[in-house]
Design a protein around this ligand. Sequence first.
Ligand SMILES: NC(=O)c1ccc[n+]([C@@H]2O[C@H](COP(=O)([O-])OP(=O)(O)OC[C@H]3O[C@@H](n4cnc5c(N)ncnc54)[C@H](OP(=O)(O)O)[C@@H]3O)[C@@H](O)[C@H]2O)c1
Length: 264
Amino acid sequence: MDLHGRVAAITGASAGIGLATARHLAREGVAVVLGARRADRLESAAQSIREAGGRAETVAMDVTIESDVTGLVARAETAFGGLDIMICNAGFGFYGTVEDTPGDTMRRMMDVNFMGTFYGARAALPIFRARGQGHLIVVSSIVGQRGIAQMSAYGATKAAQVGFVEALRTEFVGTGIHVSVVYPISTETEFRSAMERDYGHSVSGLGPRQSVDHVARAILECVRKPRPEVYPHGPSRALAVLNAVAPAFADKLVKKYGRRREIT
Ligand SMILES: NC(=O)c1ccc[n+]([C@@H]2O[C@H](COP(=O)([O-])OP(=O)(O)OC[C@H]3O[C@@H](n4cnc5c(N)ncnc54)[C@H](OP(=O)(O)O)[C@@H]3O)[C@@H](O)[C@H]2O)c1
């Protein structure tokens, strides 16, 4: 896809993977509409994109409210004349055993991580269908492919995204509409500090890590050349294969490379 002049809407664009992806897309000439709850963070992000010569608009929104997500997409159409790329990225994590995971937390996480994605697809796909083209990108996690200890609730929300994307991909086979899922491994963002802020969990990853720009570049490549699945950390793809052929061995391996709580 020639990126110049395209339009993208991104949820969770006030920080981390969403913000880095917005910056990378804007540098390539894509007009970006940034959505998240913190309006001040969004505005300063948009300002820096504009100062660098890009085009950016912001919408303060909560992905758990469908009309907010519809509003994000509508802004893309009014400000930039359409929508080519929808990136459903907003999300948060929770660390703990099932007994330590309150039902309200599980529901909230499902609302943000999964329902936010569902609303994003519902808002963008009618536009893509009408034009016969478009690209829906869902940021899941490697734990959506293979769960890790103490993150069963989070893993469930990420696996839900994967099942959703696979079904959609099948519906659009052979059309100009692409649907992709991204499986980042542990990435340096505000993800861990958000868990600490909201739940008091200071958690560190035990396995390999990647930079936020590394993930954003992988997403940018997927926009340029659409593909069904993106593993920004290449070797992590092997985990999905290993899990399919030797799940008991995968259990032991993943236990070693999961996450660890530093402070309770
Ligand atoms: N970091 C990792 O290790 C990692 C690994 C695999 C997958 N991921 C996935 O990557 C995605 C992005 O996470 P990140 O690592 O970039 O974390 P992050 O730095 O904490 O960014 C999360 C973004 O989501 C937004 N957000 C949270 N709740 C929202 C809501 N209800 N409505 C709208 N926006 C909301 C936040 O903005 P506001 O607070 O301003 O709303 C923020 O912009 C998530 O889906 C996460 O599951 C992360």
